[in-house]
Structures are given as structure tokens and as C-alpha cells.
Design a protein around this ligand. Sequence first.
Ligand SMILES: CC(C)(COP(=O)(O)OP(=O)(O)OC[C@H]1O[C@@H](n2cnc3c(N)ncnc32)[C@H](O)[C@@H]1OP(=O)(O)O)[C@@H](O)C(=O)NCCC(=O)NCCS
Length: 158
Amino acid sequence: MKFTLRPMRLEDIPHVGSLEQKLFPVDAWPLELFFDEFAQTETRQYLVVEVDGAVVGYCGVMVVGATADIQTIGVLPGFEGQGIGTAMLTEMLSEARRRGARETLLEVREDNPRARRLYERFGFEHIHTRRGYYRDGVSACVMRLIFEESKEAAHEPR
Ligand SMILES: CC(C)(COP(=O)(O)OP(=O)(O)OC[C@H]1O[C@@H](n2cnc3c(N)ncnc32)[C@H](O)[C@@H]1OP(=O)(O)O)[C@@H](O)C(=O)NCCC(=O)NCCS
């Protein structure tokens, strides 16, 4: 299956909002939040993935100072397990680096092993648990990836 990763456009948002309802039934972002996030181009980058001209995945990263946050990532069921999540995360981490981040944080549901595995494969480590963080009472794992060059820089003499 061939897929294309490209920046999100304003006109993608209504469709992305409907994917969001399917992917995150418990705490889907309202459409206004996507518009609001999308507009903050100085600190955000949102991407979509297309297959045969249809958007099947989306993601966004925020970078403020030295810290990036994965804001959201999702792939439509039926298109999972084919490398789309990996491609989106790879691109968001590259963007975070380009924007000067030294680390990236994210939150993931404790009961979402698939997403956690994806993040662990990239080297994210579970650093904290937010008890009952989600609306249905499930806890969030806060995960962090420190970029290698930052670890090296931290050991360099000043
Ligand atoms: C988590 C999520 C984004 C992962 O996206 P994905 O496109 O399925 O991710 P990938 O395909 O890159 O990787 C998933 C698995 O497919 C495997 N895979 C990757 N490329 C592959 C390929 N070309 N062929 C076969 N398998 C492949 C990976 O090894 C991985 O295996 P694992 O789960 O055993 O570790 C997706 O499952 C999703 O949207 N879930 C619902 C929403 C959600 O939970 N989002 C995260 C919120 S924090």
C-alpha cells in the first residue's frame, strides 16, 4: 500500500474531526480545537497521510523552547500496521529537532499497548503516570524521548 505524508490543510480539518470521533470515542477533540491548534503555526506542525487521495491518518506536534509534545496521532482502523504511524512519528520527531527541541514528551493511555509499543520502539521511556487522567478514569503514561545529541551535549565540557 502506498501512502503519502503531507502538511495538513485547513480544508482537511472537518474530515480529520470525523476520524478523531472514530479513533478517540472517549475524549475526541472538538473540531474547534483542531482549528485552534492548526492556526498556531509558530509552535505546531500538523500532518496528514493520504491513501488514494483519502486522508486516513493525522498527527500533530508542538514545540516550545527545548521541549516538543506529540499532541495527537491516529490511523484509521484498516490502515494500521502498515507503517503509517511510524512514518508520522518519524516526521514529527524530525520536525521537533529542526525546531530545536532536545526532548519530546507525550501522553498515552495505560490500556493502549499498541501505541506504547510504537513509542518504545522509538526510544520513549515511561517517566510518570497520571492517575485517572482520561475521562473514563484510565491513567495516562507520560513518556519522554531525549534526543541523543542532547544527551551527548549534556556531557560536553562548557
Ligand atoms: C497507535 C497507532 C497510531 C499506530 O499506527 P500504525 O500505523 O498502526 O503504526 P505502524 O504500522 O507504524 O506500527 C504498528 C505495528 O505495525 C508493524 N508494522 C509497521 N510497518 C509495517 C509494515 N509495512 N507491514 C507490516 N507491519 C508493519 C509495526 O512493527 C508495529 O507492530 P507492533 O504493534 O507489533 O509493534 C494506531 O494504532 C492508532 O491510530 N491507534 C488508535 C489511536 C491511538 O491510539 N493513537 C495514539 C494515541 S497516544
